[in-house]
Every structure is written in structure tokens, then in C-alpha cells.
Design a protein around this ligand. Structure first.
Ligand code: ADP
Ligand code: ZN
Ligand code: ZN
Length: 753
């Protein structure tokens, strides 16, 4: 039992990395935990202050006689901070980090924010005049002006940045200012983006009545909620099935009981459209954060939540740590998104962390996706999560698209060397004639990093693992999972064809080729280059939504978020690219991308068409995406995961060692391999936890990018059916490496994959 506790006094003022040590008095031993609120004497006058326990130990950091003693456990309700510190503790244990790193992740850093002047566009017209202006703009086809006045039907002022998102330029505003219809005002610091809204819409006047499928899900979850059941639910609904409407109803339900809600959405879906939908419904009770906010701005938003000024927080991963006092519901939209896992320590997954936080404050968790992650669906299948499936689009007359799969090997054999199949070319021509829009999607993950045969479609794979070999600059092909390597072959090992080439063409090239084939078409390109400017992303999307272009060419970025009603054709140029990325999840990611790309086509009455071009039409990921058959995809994918012991069939942990000195990396990895290996054998073979579950070690190998920022990196993978065994191995290995002095020389990082 711990003798001493590390305590931080008054979270908002003290630095969290400067805890004070206190002695735990005899009667309190065993009752003190991380996050626990305690009363302690503080400062020269020994005034009694409230503190939070952030750590426990058996050793005093200096003379134990001089340490002050905890007075008692603080009476009164458990604060949000207390819960968040518990979350931090859990994250540290679960994902491996220092308590300090974990605390910095969950507690917002207080920082002075410069009193920013924020500019607003204010409307000076009365409601009737606004309606008239909107109508006139529609008639004259002034798209930007139409959007502006539509916004003014609901709010008196909009933040200047929002206008930019709406693609309303200064040139649009100028004549309106001159005619005295609007004015631009600077108001001091008023950060909530929803603050300009007039009033939330009452339910009666809301435009949408839930359909029977939506209503069934809502009633079911609400009934369970009201009878005190708290659990995790999966809403598996195709794109456009109305999940967002369901989320809003559920939020409304818990809000009526005085509870707060957090909605996590991938950053890329945080579009103006989404913001408007929620503001319309919840007015200024809702707030948004994004990763572009400064620490101070985020702190401000979180303060509003703590004071109860807002009840709904929407944002990416980090919104999970909003300090609500009565959190009742956490919703995670697009739960399969990779962005929900943190890439910095602690490497937490928002889905698991949400469930842990929900458990502390008695909240329910709702996960939503058209293509659930294999992990989540497995839990739903086993009844661990509540499960709802919606197969129909919510909007009346919105039909599912017709899908073609085109075998590009056949195109080549029949003399078509273009990157556009004949089927896609015909459809593009047809759409252009009808003045409908098309999206061409280039899946660029792993671009040019592997070799494939243009004749038989074969991608060159490792002999020992089911992953493609990665093409290195020195013309070697290397397996990033086991280290196997060969020289780059000249002929295809399967069919001996010489048409062996690095895979994939860039978006720029695609754009040029579209222009060549259809000189009159207006083409927009959206990729890393064209969006790196601030606001570039939104500008391109709005321009396309305003039908300022016929064809949009882009990477993953165009797949999510936006709703383009006039798009009736989606062409997926090379479905295979992501299929052979060196990652066990590449099949799942490909299926998700294909399914979601296909979901972009035909979102109103006009039937959409989808062309999937591929070199492996018989691959289960392509086949099942084309038929939109999730269950079949899942079944095949699980077979593969089981066969090769990948999650969720098995837990998988990576250990990465890096150092600027190649020899140090080598030595530290050898030590890690020895320590982890023998400890793994000891605890699984001995009278240990679980006799029959050996730990499989794979590697060590050089990391995919061996030298990165002048650091040499090696990776070791460990697999075991029992997650806890891997955690034990991690803790032991970490400690041993520290004892043997390696931690000081090399960086040692553990990550659950
Ligand atoms: P998802 O989040 O599943 O992609 P959304 O909630 O965004 O789906 O709904 C897709 C479209 O259908 C939106 O334009 C939305 O306004 C509309 N919609 C949703 N539910 C209904 C409904 N019950 N009746 C009419 N339209 C609806
Ligand atoms: Zn071949
Ligand atoms: Zn291999």
C-alpha cells in the first residue's frame, strides 16, 4: 500500500509537472487513488487547500519527516478534473507514458490568450428583406450571395472565417456593404462559433421527421438510457442513412435530463455544413473545437464547458477531454477512422478512452459508421455492443449507386493504355453532356512504394508474410514485417512479363489527362499541394459545391465530409493502391475507402454511377466493396486476421527503438529483444497467468523509414492472444532497459497496433 501521494493543488494555476509530495496517514491508506480529491495543508501558513492526487509511491522524494500529511478526503462532489485525472492514470497504464504526458493530454493548459479582435459580418436588413435578397440571389444564380443570405435567415451575424468557408469573397461583400445591407464589425473576443445564432430551432419547426428506422434506434437507446442501462452501441448505417439526425435526437434526449454530450467527428468532416446543422438545432449551447485552435483558445472553450455555458462539444479526438461535470453521452462518428488513434504519446485510441471515461461518469457511448472497424463489429457480433443496422438512405428517392468493376488488365490487353477505362470515359462524356458532376478519386496511400505487374496484376509480396515488399531507393524490395529482402526483379516472377512498374500516377498527371481527353471540362484538383494553403481545402470544396467545375480530381480528402448533390459519377482510378500497403489493416482501409467513395455518388434523385478500376477484381475487398456487402467483407477479413494472428484475433504490440547512433539502436534493440523474449517465455510457460498462450516475436526489423530525422529506427512486433500479458512485458522491458542504462541513450517506444 502506498505511503506517499503526489498532489497538484488547483489545477488551473499550478504547472501539472510540479506535484507536491504528501504523506498518507494510516487511516487513509488504501483509499487514495489517482484523481482523488484531498484536503492538504499548503504554503507557509498551512492553509487547507483542495488538491488532486496524480501519483502514488512508497518512496519519499526527500526527508519523509519533513513531508506534510494529507488532512482528509475532500467532501463534496467529484469534479470533472478528478475524473479526467483518473482517465490520465488509466491512459498511462494502458498505453504506456509518463503521468505527466498523460495529464498534459487530458487537462487543458491555461494560457493567456491575446484578446483577439474577431471580425463579424452583420446583417442590417429585417427578416423579410433578407428573404427577398435570398430569393433574388437564387434567381440571378449568385451562388455566394445566396449562401450568405441563407445564413442570415438564421443568424444576425456570422464570423468572418465562416464567410471564407462559405467561399464568400471580399468582392461579394463589397457591393452589399456599399448598399448598406451588411457591415463588417470587429468585436472583442467572442470565440464560440455558434454565438451568432439567433435561437435554436424548436423541434416542431425542424425540417426532418425521423423515419421508422431512425426512430427505432432512437427509442431503443433512449428507453435503455432511461432505465439506467449504460453501454456502447454501434449504429451501422450506410452513408446518408441519417445517422447525424439520430445523434442529434440522442443528444437532445440526454440534454433534457440535464446531461452533457460530446460528439467526436473526424476533423475533415467538420465542415461548414456540419457546423450549421448543429447550430441550427442547438444554438449557442453547442461549441466546436478543431486542431487549429491554439492551446489558449481550447482552454477557453473548455472553461465554458466547465461553467455549464455550453452542453454539447463537437470536435476531433481531443474533444473527448471536455471537462463536463455531468457527461451523459459520448458519440463517435466514423468510428473506424484512423485519426482516432493518437500518434503521439500517450498513443491512446479515442474509442477505448471514451468507453473508460463513460464508465467513470455513467455515460453511454454511441459509435457510428457505414463501414465499422473490424474490432467494433466483432464486439457488436458478440453482443458486447448494442447493434443497429440501417440499409436505406434517409432522403426520399435517394437511390444507391450502380457500380461497375473494371479489370484494367483486360483494358491493357485490348489496347487501352489510358488510365481511364473505356467504361469510365463513356460515363464521363455522358455526365458532361448532362451537366452533372464527377469525382475522380486517386487512392494514393503507399504511392509508388511497391511493384506490380501490369500484365497479370500481381504485386510482389514477401515469401513469409502477406504484405507487399516495399521498394527502396536503392532498388531493393524489403518486407517491413520480417526483414526479408530481394533485389528488384526485371521480370514478373509469376508471368515473366517485363511490364513491372512502381504503382500509381499522381493527381497532377490525372488532371492533365482529363484535360487532354475533355478539353472543355472544368477541372479542379484537391490534394496535398492544392490544400496546404490555409482555407484551401474549404475553398475547393465550396467551389465544387457551387458547380464552378465539372470534375474534381483528388486523393482521400475528397471522400469524406461533403455532400455534393450534383455528383452522379465517382471514378476510382486504382482501387489496388492501398490494398498492398505494408500494414495489416490495408484490406480494411481499402474496403472503407472504396465504400465511402462509392457513397459520394447520386445523393439526390438522380441515380449515381460508380466505376472501380482495378488490377485485382477478384480480391475480396474490391468485390465486397462493389456489392456493398459489409458482412461478407468482414467474414473474409476475419479469416485472414485469424490465420495470421492479427487484431482483433490477437493483440499486437510494437516496440520501436531509435537513436541517432546506429550502434546504440542495434544494441538497445538486441537487449530489448532478449529481455522481452525471456520474460514473455517465463510468464507464459511458468506457473504464470495463462499457460497456453505463447508470445510470438516478429523481427526485429528496420522501420519502414529506417533513418528518419537522423534517427536510426528498429521495430520489434509481439503478438499474444492475451492483451494483459503484452502490458506486463512492456512494463518489465521498459524497467529493465532503464536499469541497464539504455533508456538514456535511445528512445524506447511501445505502441499497440
Ligand atoms: P449520415 O450521417 O448517415 O450520412 P445524415 O444524417 O447526414 O446521414 O443524412 C443524410 C441526408 O438525409 C441529410 O441531407 C439529411 O438532412 C437527410 N435526412 C436525414 N434524415 C432524414 C429524414 N428522416 N427525413 C428526410 N431527410 C432526412
Ligand atoms: Zn505478371
Ligand atoms: Zn515478410
Amino acid at each position: 500500500m502506498a505511503e506517499f501521494a503526489h498532489i497538484i493543488i488547483d489545477i488551473s494555476h499550478e504547472k501539472v509537472d510540479r506535484p507536491f509530495q504528501y504523506r498518507i496517514p494510516e487511516p487513509l491508506k488504501g483509499q487514495i487513488y489517482a484523481g482523488c480529491q484531498v484536503d492538504v495543508p499548503f504554503g507557509k501558513g498551512n492553509q487547507i487547500r483542495k488538491g488532486y492526487v496524480v501519483g502514488l509511491s512508497n518512496q519519499a522524494s526527500y526527508d519523509p519527516e519533513k513531508l506534510k500529511e494529507i488532512v482528509g478526503i475532500h467532501a463534496g462532489s467529484i469534479s470533472a478534473e478528478s475524473q479526467l485525472i483518473q482517465v490520465a492514470w488509466w491512459m498511462k497504464e494502458r498505453y504506456g507514458s509518463t503521468m505527466n504526458q498523460a495529464l498534459k493530454t487530458v487537462l487543458p493548459v491555461k494560457q493567456k490568450v491575446k484578446q483577439k479582435e474577431k471580425r463579424w459580418i452583420c446583417c442590417l436588413l429585417d427578416p423579410e428583406e433578407r428573404k427577398a435578397q435570398a430569393a433574388e440571389a437564387i434567381k440571378k444564380k449568385y451562388k455566394a450571395r445566396e449562401r450568405l443570405f441563407e445564413a442570415f435567415l438564421e443568424m444576425d451575424r456570422i464570423p468572418y472565417e465562416m464567410a471564407q468557408q462559405l467561399n464568400i469573397t471580399a468582392a461579394v461583400l463589397k457591393p452589399l456593404i456599399e448598399r448598406g445591407m451588411i457591415q463588417v464589425e470587429a468585436l472583442a473576443d467572442y470565440r464560440n462559433p455558434a454565438a451568432g445564432f439567433l435561437k435554436p430551432q424548436s423541434k416542431a419547426s425542424s425540417l426532418v421527421t425521423l423515419n421508422t428506422e431512425q426512430q427505432a434506434v432512437v427509442s431503443d437507446i433512449c428507453t435503455e438510457y432511461d432505465s439506467g442501462i449504460r453501454k456502447t452501441y454501434l449504429i451501422h448505417g450506410i452513408t446518408g442513412s441519417g445517422k447525424t439526425e439520430i445523434y442529434m435526437e440522442l443528444i437532445e434526449h440526454v440534454r433534457n435530463q440535464g446531461k452533457e454530450a460530446i460528439l467526436l467527428i473526424p476533423e475533415i468532416s467538420l465542415t461548414y455544413q456540419t457546423v450549421m446543422r448543429f447550430c441550427r438545432r442547438f444554438g449557442n449551447k453547442v461549441s466546436f473545437i478543431n486542431s487549429k485552435l491554439s492551446a489558449g483558445e481550447r482552454y477557453d472553450q473548455f472553461e465554458q464547458a466547465k461553467k455549464g455555458e455550453i452542453q454539447i462539444m463537437i470536435g476531433p479526438r481531443s474533444a473527448l477531454f471536455t471537462p463536463f461535470q455531468n457527461l451523459g453521452l459520448i458519440i463517435i462518428d466514423e468510428e473506424h477512422e484512423a485519426a482516432y488513434k493518437s500518434e503521439i504519446t500517450p498513443r491512446y485510441h479515442a474509442r477505448e478512452t471514451a468507453q473508460y471515461r463513460a464508465g467513470l461518469c455513467s455515460a453511454s457511448v454511441v459509435l457510428g459508421s457505414a463501414t465499422p472497424s473490424v474490432e467494433t463489429y466483432t464486439k457488436a457480433l458478440h453482443g458486447i455492443y448494442g447493434y443497429y443496422k440501417i440499409n436505406r438512405r434517409a432522403k426520399k428517392n435517394s437511390m444507391l449507386p450502380k457500380v461497375w468493376v473494371v479489370d484494367m488488365r483486360k483494358e491493357l490487353r485490348e489496347g487501352n493504355r489510358s488510365i481511364f477505362s473505356r467504361c469510365l470515359q463513356d460515363l464521363m462524356k455522358e455526365k458532361l453532356e448532362k451537366q452533372e458532376q464527377a469525382i475522380l478519386f486517386l487512392n494514393r496511400r503507399g504511392y509508388s512504394s511497391f511493384l506490380s505487374c501490369r500484365n497479370c496484376g500481381e504485386a510482389i509480396k514477401c515469401h513469409h508474410c502477406d504484405v507487399t515488399l516495399t521498394l527502396h531507393q536503392d532498388d531493393r524490395l524489403v518486407c517491413h514485417y520480417c526483414g526479408y529482402q530481394i533485389r528488384r526483379p526485371r521480370l514478373c516472377p509469376v508471368c515473366s512479363s517485363p511490364y513491372l512498374a512502381p504503382f500509381g500516377a499522381g493527381t497532377q498527371k490525372v488532371e492533365a489527362m482529363v484535360q487532354e481527353a475533355f478539353p472543355l471540362a472544368r477541372v479542379l484538383r484537391m490534394d496535398y499541394d492544392t490544400t496546404s494553403k490555409k482555407g484551401g481545402h474549404q475553398a475547393i470544396l465550396s467551389a465544387f459545391a457551387n458547380h464552378e467545375a465539372d470534375i474534381l480530381v483528388g486523393t482521400q480528402m475528397i471522400v469524406k465530409g461533403h455532400d455534393f448533390p450534383a455528383v452522379t459519377l465517382v471514378g476510382i482510378l486504382a482501387a489496388d493502391v492501398s490494398l498492398y500497403a505494408p500494414d495489416y489493416r490495408c484490406g480494411e482501409r481499402t474496403f472503407q475507402l472504396l465504400t465511402q467513395a462509392a457513397g459520394r455518388a447520386g445523393r439526390d434523385e438522380r441515380r449515381g454511377h460508380v466505376v472501380i478500376q482495378t488490377y485485382s477484381p477478384e480480391h475480396y475487398c474490391v468485390e465486397t466493396a462493389a456489392t456493398q456487402n459489409y458482412e461478407q467483407f468482414y467474414q473474409k477479413e476475419m479469416e485472414y486476421r485469424k490465420l495470421l494472428s492479427y487484431p482483433p484475433a490477437c493483440a499486437l504490440m510494437a516496440l520501436m527503438v531509435s537513436s541517432s547512433n546506429e550502434g546504440v539502436t542495434q544494441n538497445a534493440m538486441e537487449a530489448a529483444f532478449r529481455i522481452a523474449g525471456s520474460f514473455g517465455r517465463r510468464i507464459t510457460q511458468g506457473a504464470g497467468i495463462c499457460g497456453s498462450e505463447p508470445v510470438k516475436m516478429i523481427g526485429p526489423v528496420n522501420a519502414a523509414i529506417y533513418k528518419l530525422n537522423d534517427m536510426y529506427r528498429k521495430i520489434l512486433y509481439m503478438k499474444c492472444e492475451n492483451y494483459d500479458i503484452l502490458i506486463k512485458i512492456r512494463n518489465h522491458t521498459e524497467e529493465e532497459l532503464k536499469q541497464q542504462g539504455f533508456s538514456g541513450q535511445a528512445s524506447i517506444l511501445f505502441d499497440f497496433m
